[in-house]
Design a protein around this ligand. Structure first.
Ligand code: ATP
Ligand code: MG
Length: 364
């Protein structure tokens, strides 16, 4: 039974305090340190309703097997990684407590489910009022909602668990995780499931940040409509076999995926150009800016190359140096949030770069 995926990275660590948590539309992930390792714990941010007759036996077997669930108003919801197994057996779709990067307004049971999932990855605080940085999206440029309710609700859950919660922009977290060698200067982009988040930062200080509500889910839906297939099938092909460096002899679904990947990348770049424009044509950076790409939607082979091609085609207004993939595209937000937490816990008078980098040094 899947009780939470756990991955480890070896690190040089000073101290153990502080955690980072990425609360995404598709996954909830926590990064924390244990001895000389950074541990990533994740759960699928999903739930599945099962018929529940109130039998103690159901609860007992779920407890024995470590299956996470919430019971509310005579209903039982399996939550987290085990939802996939249940959805397959019952041949139905899982549901999600988040939609487009924020707590769903239409899923009534979203709150207790998100709370349980956060608790299961974050665990108990190591010390009283331990700092936890949690990722939040930027204000969406293409949708009419704000993120205040989302932030305050997550903050409340983490406080109840005994933490001192602090929000960090998702794309800034990517920059903290990936651009230490560039003094945390550059553009971080997280291509997620419900949103794409972007931040331009100068020495870890955001110049602008925003989100758009097109991302992996949008690609699945658009392709599904275009070729009249189920979105889950489209998503499976996208995740397991899409190769964006192939341009010829594509199947019908792959071809549609390639078209919508182009559209999404172009859409994001156009919004960055608009924000640069608003910021007076862009900051006068001394060096060409580095762009770092992360998130599940950036995983297909050839994604960075495709991004560069479209960037060249759309004539980006400021000089771009390197376009690079995050070292671990699915973990960089949680890791960046951990770096922020560790950096805050360190009271020495070192520079921002030394603080963030010295606390968690890669040994790759
Ligand atoms: N190998 C893969 N190839 C292509 N897409 C993938 C792959 N693995 C996951 N994805 C897609 O990535 C998306 C999830 O990415 P991620 O985990 O970064 O999102 P999230 O952080 O939970 O969501 P968000 O940031 O939008 O709130 C989904 O759309 C999923 O289909
Ligand atoms: Mg994300």
């Amino acid at each position: 039974m899947n009780n939470g995926n756990e991955e480890k990275e070896t690190k040089d660590i000073k101290g153990q305090k502080g955690k980072g948590v990425d609360i995404g539309t598709v996954f909830v992930k926590c990064a924390y340190t244990d001895s000389d390792e950074v541990i990533f714990k994740s759960q699928r941010n999903a739930f599945f309703e099962v018929e529940y007759a109130g039998f103690t036996i159901t609860k007992k077997i779920f407890d024995d097997r470590g299956i996470k669930y919430v019971i509310k108003d005579d209903k039982l919801y399996v939550v987290g990684n085990d939802t996939l197994q249940f959805a397959n057996i019952f041949n139905k779709e899982t549901r999600r407590p988040l939609s487009n990067g924020v707590i769903s307004s239409t899923e009534k049971e979203a709150l207790p489910i998100v709370e349980l999932l956060i608790k299961s990855v974050v665990g108990e605080p190591a010390v009283k009022d331990e700092i936890v940085y949690f990722s939040v999206p930027g204000e969406p440029l293409d949708a009419d909602f704000n993120i205040i309710y989302h932030i305050k609700t997550l903050e409340g859950f983490l406080k109840t668990l005994g933490y001192t919660p602090k929000p960090i922009n998702e794309a800034l977290a990517v920059i903290l995780s990936e651009l230490a060698d560039k003094d945390f200067t550059g553009i971080g982009i997280s291509f997620g499931g419900g949103m794409v988040n972007v931040c331009l930062s100068f020495m870890s200080v955001p110049i602008f940040k925003f989100s758009v509500i097109r991302a992996g889910d949008w690609i699945d839906q658009q392709v599904a409509m275009a070729v009249d297939e189920a979105a889950t099938r489209v998503s499976a092909i996208k995740e397991f076999s899409l190769n964006l460096s192939r341009e010829k002899e594509l199947g019908k679904i792959e071809n549609a995926l390639s078209i919508y990947y182009n559209d999404l990348i172009g859409y994001v770049i156009e919004h960055i150009k608009q924000e640069l424009d608003k910021a007076g044509g862009g900051p006068a950076m001394a060096k060409p800016v580095t762009i770092v790409l992360s998130g599940g939607t950036s995983l297909p082979k050839g994604f960075a190359h495709r991004f560069k091609q479209i960037l060249d085609h759309l004539k980006f207004p400021i000089p771009v140096g390197e376009v690079r993939m995050a070292a671990q595209p699915l973990s960089s937000v949680a890791k960046g949030a951990l770096i922020a937490a560790r950096s805050e816990g360190d009271n020495s008078q070192t520079s921002a770069s030394n603080r963030a980098n010295g606390s968690i040094l890669e040994r790759r």
